[in-house]
Design a protein around this ligand. Structure first.
Ligand code: B1M
Length: 225
């Protein structure tokens, strides 16, 4: 594939995602892979930038919720094709993580991408889905005894659920038994520190790196205890 064809395909994928043309997005994703483009290239050079533009247009008032919805669906279709390629791993399970988008929040594309990357890195992921209430997280932690619990929030109005979830963990006596990670588009390291999370990451790749660091740190702490 020539450089020009590569650029054209990525531009087309970006444009079709922007207008939420699901069938074209699936076709172009398959075409890109068949032409030798890597799943990360399709993701980071077309699909994610396109959704960022969707968000920018929504903020400007050029797009409304329906446009955002169909673009999100188109992206989710591509992600299903890319999932097995991104999560391909021969690695042994290195830890268990319970993940969910917090109560009041329905965004799941970013969370799903984080899950895929975790699976790819050898984590066993238990995905609780979206709009997960604190009680549901508690129940899952008691049942699965994960090393890490991950909270995603994508709205400034749902970020306070991190604190509510952490309070629920403390109240249940589970806070010291599990590493808490937080993330999502509006979340920052400062906010993660304020709510008392153990770790934050800005994107899916960084989340894996941070999770591994936190696991290692916990092992060292336990060995020294
Ligand atoms: Co919504 N939405 N949305 N939306 N939406 C945003 C998030 C927004 C930023 C758009 C904008 O204004 N620019 C804005 C939030 C503003 C804010 O609060 N700061 C917004 C809004 C306002 C809303 C509604 C309130 C709109 C309305 O109804 N008036 C509404 C809320 C509904 C609700 O949840 N109660 C709403 C609804 C929707 C749809 C349902 C239409 C759809 C969601 C579809 C879906 O997820 N199934 C949607 C979409 C598609 C978006 C945008 C355009 C795209 C989100 C996305 O998938 N990005 C988004 C704009 C944007 O993000 N720029 C927007 C791609 C994804 C790969 O990135 O989600 O950032 P991201 O995930 C990253 C990181 O955040 C990180 O890694 C991920 C992968 O790299 N990460 C973690 C995520 N979780 C992590 C956990 C970790 C670590 C890292 O550790 C545990």
């Amino acid at each position: 594939m020539s450089e020009r064809e590569r650029e054209e395909l990525l531009k087309e994928l970006y444009d079709k995602t922007l207008v939420g043309n699901g069938p074209a997005v699936i076709e172009l994703t398959n075409q890109g892979l068949a032409s030798g483009l890597g799943p990360e290239t399709l993701l980071y050079e077309a699909l994610i930038p396109s959704l960022e533009e969707v968000g920018a247009r929504f903020e400007r008032g050029d797009f409304f919720v329906p446009e955002m919805l169909i673009a999100g669906k188109a992206m989710a279709g591509a992600l299903e094709i890319l999932r097995p390629l991104l999560a391909e791993t021969g690695a042994e399970t290195i830890g268990t993580i319970v993940m969910g988008t917090v109560k009041g929040d329905v965004h799941d594309i970013g969370k799903n991408l984080v899950n895929i990357m975790f699976e790819g890195a050898g984590f066993h992921v238990i995905d609780l889905g979206v709009q997960v209430a604190p009680e549901k997280f508690i129940e899952a932690i008691k049942q699965h005894k994960p090393d890490i619990v991950g909270f995603s929030a994508f709205l400034t109005t749902t970020m306070p659920m991190f604190k509510a979830n952490i309070n629920a963990l403390t109240k249940s006596g589970l806070r010291d038994q599990v590493i808490v990670m937080v993330g999502g588009a509006p979340v920052t390291q400062e906010y993660a520190d304020v709510v008392g999370a153990d770790g934050y990451a800005a994107d899916a790749s960084a989340a894996v790196v941070r999770a591994k660091e936190l696991l290692l740190q916990r092992k060292k702490d336990m060995a020294n205890a």
